[in-house]
Design a protein around this ligand. Sequence first.
Ligand code: GAP
Length: 513
Amino acid sequence: MTQEDLFKNIIAHAKEYGFIFPSSEIYDGLSAVYDYGQNGVELKDNIKKYWWDSLVKLHDNIVGLDSAIFMHPRIWEASGHVAAFNDPLIDNKDSKKRYRADVLLEDHIVRLEEKIAKEVAKGRKRFAESFDEEQFRTTNPNVLREQAKIDQIRLEMNKALNENDLAALHQLILDCGIVCPVSGTRNWTDVRQFNLMFSTPLGSNSEGASQIFLRPETAQGIFVNFLNVQKSGRMKVPFGIAQTGKAFRNEIVARQFIFRMREFEQMEMQFFVKPGEEMKWYEYWKQMRLRWHLSLGLGEDLYRFHDHEKLAHYANAASDIEFRFPFGFKELEGIHSRTDFDLASHEEYSGRKLRYFDPETNESYIPYVVETSIGLDRTFLAVLSASYREEELENGETRVVMRIPPFLAPVKLAVFPLIKKDGLPEIAQEILKILRLEYNCLYDEKDSIGKRYRRMDAIGTPFCITVDHQTLDDKTVTLRDRDTMLQERIPIDNLPGIMDDKLNMKHWLGKLT
Ligand code: GAP
């Protein structure tokens, strides 16, 4: 199966089993907006809780915040978003389709990389056992030619983006001979900047209303509350403020399911440090955040760092943690050293001092900030895509199983009576009554036991408890493991302890301390 087909299957599965629905579907949907279904909302909340607890619960010097989505419009001037939160857009005059200029160039680079991959595959076939890929890539003239093209395009693209040189971007698209994927022509408009923030009037009548923005990141709510939290919590630098919440961006290239949405959720933490110490903390948080991802157990080879060459207007160092989605390695989380840009700018725009008084040195300063910013929806997609398996079983049947990390699974436990009579449902209900105080549980007595197990595999339920006739004699049940499909006989009285060992989030949090 190709990665493209796999991704289509994951999207279809997510809808069929109540993880994610297209928004407003009965009205033909709303582009790049999605709803989380009954299983999706549980998985999403569990991921959010794991992120929150790993920062706020495990660190004395990190506290939480929930700031409003609506904020004073001057905030977005101070942050630079009004002037600089833009995408460079280009239209094809024949198809009337609009594209991001840098994405057209990136896609062109991918095509050149595919050419290189084909050359490498040919070489591997020709030289068989004696094939040395490293040597081939550094000596084959066709590979070298295409690689030189890629390097040159990247160089010119980054320079044009850094210098905001839209004419140079336009020229590069023409020089590369890029055609519109729809019309197939090179009939392009000039490149223009397009601001990604949504705006809306605030106030009851149009005359008195002022234009406000839906926040494009949660971070600014943290910056403008920096002193409130520092003073009310008597926080000492270094300290962090964590926040989760919705963010909105009018993305032009909205594709790849929930990877790039117009309404999405971020989990951000701003860590305030003494100026001059930011690089130490930047490296610290890069490693800590990678550890958090690895602790999910999805696979070490699915993650990599990508250090930025082109830095955002506020950063002096930045790196992404990329995840291998079915459509390739893409950004999952950003770790940015944001200097004192935001606090200094809010000082200037608001006229209020945003300084920290250091009681040890008796000096006041604007702290520097190291930010960790992760997309909740992208993390959800990472878990979903890494967990999805279509497995062939020994008896020739196939099953779709979501190998979701047990502590994140939407339903942790299913309780089944083997049949609907002989007092078995009553015992199953008794077990449920106890376990549902701790875990999200599901009771099911319909269909054969095999079908019930399959339904639980499909939503990633790690354990199924079955009450059968032996239960009547010895008060034991079977406990079935989702991944191994093995069943053990367990005394009912032991269930709470065993489940605690296997499902409690504290065991995963413990690995982070
Ligand atoms: N405060 C810094 C900031 O917002 P960002 O790299 O623009 O940085 C941080 O966004 C994270 O938010 C990204 O790594 C990604 O996971 C998520 N994100 C950004 N735009 C998104 C979108 N349109 N849809 C879904 N997630 C998005």
